[in-house]
Design a protein around this ligand. Structure first.
Ligand SMILES: *[C@@H]1O[C@H](CO)[C@@H](O)[C@H](O)[C@H]1NC(C)=O
Ligand SMILES: *[C@@H]1O[C@H](CO)[C@@H](O)[C@H](O)[C@H]1NC(C)=O
Length: 238
């Protein structure tokens, strides 16, 4: 099943969610190759590589390491004041609004959240309890965790959202983990590139204890997307 899904996901573009993460990882590895490793500095280099999302591409990440350090606060302030940030946050707000799945009291988990555009959209709409993770942290909205191994108890969120399935190394594990953290009666929403019904079936088959609530074709910042909304039925009888 993983292989089928992988083929499907390989076809779709990664534009929606993962470009930033992938280029950061590239930079990180490039950095590791081109700079002599020096003990505990790896984390610091990693953090510096992150700030590149806002900067012109340096020739090598070693050049960049020599520049002034940009604090996460400054980096976020700069990002948040950009027009691209506003557009994307508004697009997420428009994505969530019609779903009717959220209240101000909802606890929401966003996985593979990048810089946290969806977090900002949810917070602005009044949802106070939003938790967001990605492989690379992006303070203050997104903290670091492996989406394949989420550091949360079972059934603690009302809604799980991700637009990052296409970038997942192990789609089955990715979905099972997200689903695990959602309470019975809650929902998991995956945003993927536009899907035919057969492809939707392949994705929904990754879920173990949820049934399909709705499939919705939407346009997100000019891209044709499909939202797959699964309702959590709780633990399967063991
Ligand atoms: C949160 O509450 C405000 C004010 O009562 C309301 O306007 C808004 O629609 C609510 N947001 C959600 C997501 O329910
Ligand atoms: C979404 O779009 C795809 C591709 O055009 C189509 O096959 C599918 O039936 C649409 N799904 C819904 C729920 O409209």
């Amino acid at each position: 099943m993983d292989r089928n899904v992988r083929r499907l996901l390989n076809r779709v573009s990664l534009a929606f969610a993962t470009i930033a993460t992938v280029s950061l990882l590239h930079l990180y590895y490039h950095n590791s190759l081109s700079c002599a490793p020096s003990g505990g500095a790896a984390y610091g280099r990693h953090r510096q590589a992150l700030t590149l999302t806002l900067s012109p591409f340096p020739k090598t990440s070693c050049d960049f390491a020599a520049r002034d350090h940009i604090t996460p606060e400054k980096r976020f302030a700069k990002l948040r004041s950009s027009r691209a940030w506003r557009r994307r946050v508004d697009a997420f707000a428009a994505l969530f609004r019609p779903l009717g799945l959220l209240s101000n009291a909802s606890h929401v988990l966003c996985v593979s959240a990048g810089a946290g555009h969806e977090v900002a959209a949810l917070q602005e709409s009044g949802v106070a309890e939003v938790t967001a993770v990605d492989l690379v942290d992006f303070p203050p909205l997104v903290s670091r965790s492996d989406p394949h191994n989420l550091p949360f108890f079972d059934s603690v969120f009302d809604l799980g959202f991700s637009a990052g399935l296409a970038g997942a190394l192990f789609p089955t594990r990715f979905v099972t983990e997200l689903e695990r953290t959602v309470r019975r009666g809650g929902a998991t929403v995956l945003a993927v590139d536009r899907c035919f019904p057969k492809e939707v079936d392949e994705i929904r088959a990754l879920f173990r204890r949820s049934s399909l609530l709705e499939v919705r074709n939407v346009t997100f910042l000019g891209s044709e997307m499909t939202l797959i909304i699964m309702k959590n039925n709780g633990k399967p009888p063991s």
